[in-house]
Design a protein around this ligand. Structure first.
Ligand code: ADP
Ligand code: MG
Ligand code: MG
Length: 276
């Protein structure tokens, strides 16, 4: 079954109206792991955030459907309740809300959506505790405010804890390996792999090949950032350089294939993929 279908999606930065996504196409079925690779600045994080409805961006064209529902008609919290989960490259701190309260509230919101009775703190803790072990997180983290003063690695573990507790039909994991040493990363990768079932899917966003040794994608998509220099004018400016315009061709998936694309990228770099 199709879980996510994105067609010719274009999006701009809400404030400046600068176009970042320039026609993304992507289909994710249930049970699939997809990786989106691409250099810094190619629009990977923007795409992830647009999928979950981040207010910094505006969709200007195309469509995005999740489980047959139009994402454009849904607020971010509705997308989350419908089964989308995202880790942010720079996770937000939530002042004054402890981790356990946050998880408990989010859990009960899902219970209400399913028409089930809410769980009290003790019942909830019995669900939470085994998940803590799965990400090797110390229980003292539960009483700290969400992400406040966490190290990079602690934030990542905390995000995976949220995912493990709340579950998701589609988990969008943006640079989940950043800031993690190899040991911590292996824990996180194990926890993510443990969540994979035939019914749920993962979109891994990364510019490192290494991540894909631990969580194996079935499909690899490449986004590029290509800067072209157009020398429109032959008139030399006072610095003696040609006047020109910079134009970028980022914000598109230019290639899709299996893991061999990631190997090719590692060996030959993004030049091997470029479409200039
Ligand atoms: P990636 O995740 O692939 O590194 P991003 O999606 O973060 O790329 O960014 C793509 C491009 O859009 C970059 O040039 C970035 O500077 C720009 N960009 C993204 N979001 C914003 C924003 N909120 N304000 C200004 N520029 C942005
Ligand atoms: Mg980046
Ligand atoms: Mg990014």
């Amino acid at each position: 079954n199709v879980l996510l279908q994105v067609k010719n999606l274009t999006a701009v930065i809400a404030e400046s109206k600068q176009e970042i996504l320039k026609g993304i196409d992507l289909v994710v079925h249930e049970g699939e792991v997809h990786a989106i690779m691409g250099k810094n600045g190619s629009g990977k994080s923007t795409f992830s955030k647009v999928l979950v409805g981040h207010p910094d961006y505006e969709v200007t064209g195309g469509s995005m459907m999740f489980k047959g529902e139009n994402l454009l008609d849904m607020e971010p919290d509705e997308r989350s309740l419908a089964g989308m989960f995202m880790t942010f490259q720079a996770p937000v701190e939530i002042p004054g809300v402890s981790n356990i309260d946050f998880l408990h509230m989010a859990w009960n919101a899902r219970r209400r959506k399913q028409g089930l009775p809410e769980l009290g703190p003790i019942e909830f803790y019995s669900i939470l505790y085994p998940k803590l072990e799965s990400v090797k997180m110390d229980a003292t983290f539960l009483n700290r405010n969400v992400n406040e003063g966490f190290s990079g690695g602690e934030r990542k573990r905390n995000e995976i804890l949220q995912l493990a507790v709340l579950g998701a039909d589609l988990a969008i994991l943006d640079e989940i390996d950043s800031g993690l040493d190899v040991d911590a990363f292996q824990d996180v990768a194990k926890a993510i792999n443990a969540l994979l079932t035939p019914n749920n899917s993962v979109l891994l966003v990364t510019h490192y090949r290494r991540l894909l040794d631990f969580i194996k994608p079935m499909y690899v998509h490449v986004m590029v950032r290509i800067i072209r220099f157009y020398a429109f004018s032959r008139i030399k400016n006072p610095t003696g350089r040609l006047n020109g315009n910079m134009a970028s061709e980022d914000g598109k998936i230019v290639k899709t294939g299996d893991i061999s694309i990631a190997d090719q990228l590692e060996k030959e770099g993004y030049k091997a993929i470029s479409v200039v």
